[in-house]
Design a protein around this ligand. Structure first.
Ligand SMILES: C[S@@+](CC[C@H](N)C(=O)[O-])C[C@H]1O[C@@H](n2cnc3c(N)ncnc32)[C@H](O)[C@@H]1O
Length: 204
């Protein structure tokens, strides 16, 4: 197991899901952006670094049938699996590092809330974009949410890179067309606020 995996497994092992700073009862912004991008229940969806997020619950409720949740932390995935009970069998769960994972078959949607911003090394960002490009079909949609320029400098004791919409689009490069971006303020369970930049891109 790598240090990164140890770190994230310890984080998810130490607190209940609803006490994590990134916890959200309802993934409303992600869901709204999916609707806006025309993602319907027939879509093949990957939640990249999905952790214990309730996005998968919401998508199952909405009739999605081809869902994959990938995360470095098997502990995080287990939290979601335990919460979903028998419904977890309808989801594909992958414990892997997004920077060296080999995707199988093309996805229609790549969703990442609060994962890309942890990649502070240029080589890791390049590897992420390689995986993203391999995973998405041409014309497929990526929804990526990172801390904004006035967001926190760290999360879970790890440094992050903060992005404005232009910065995120520039980082993804010419292979992705920016469709829409929005600012979002996340309210943590400790009643603090965190500024996010969320953008939707289409793979060219
Ligand atoms: C702040 S949490 C966000 C989790 C989830 N997206 C959400 O919105 O609740 C960051 C997540 O990214 C995962 N993660 C960090 N680096 C990763 C990597 N290189 N590959 C896959 N997952 C990673 C962590 O395990 C953690 O679950």
């Amino acid at each position: 197991m790598t240090d990164k995996q140890d770190h994230w497994n310890a984080v998810y092992g130490a607190r209940t899901e609803s006490a994590l700073t990134w916890f959200e009862e309802s993934p409303a912004v992600s869901r709204e952006m999916m609707v806006q991008a025309g993602i319907t229940p027939g879509a093949r969806v990957l939640d990249a670094g999905g952790g214990a997020s309730r996005l998968v619950d919401t998508l199952l409720d909405d009739g999605f049938t081809d869902l994959t949740v990938l995360d470095l932390s098997a502990e995080a995935l287990k939290v979601s699996q335990d919460r979903l009970g028998a419904r977890a069998k309808a989801v594909q769960w992958i414990a892997a590092d997004i920077t060296d994972w080999q995707p199988e078959g093309p996805y229609d949607l790549w969703h990442d809330r609060a994962v890309f911003h942890f990649l502070t090394e240029a080589a890791d960002r390049a590897a992420y974009i390689r995986t993203l490009t391999q995973a998405l079909r041409p014309g497929g949609v990526a929804i990526i949410g990172t801390f904004a320029l006035d967001g926190p400098e760290k999360c879970s004791n790890l440094p992050v890179i903060r992005y404005c919409a232009d910065g995120l689009a520039q980082e993804l490069g010419a292979g992705f067309a920016r469709i829409t971006c929005r600012a979002h303020t996340h309210q943590t369970p400790m009643q603090r606020t965190q500024s996010f930049t969320f953008c939707t891109f289409r793979r060219r």
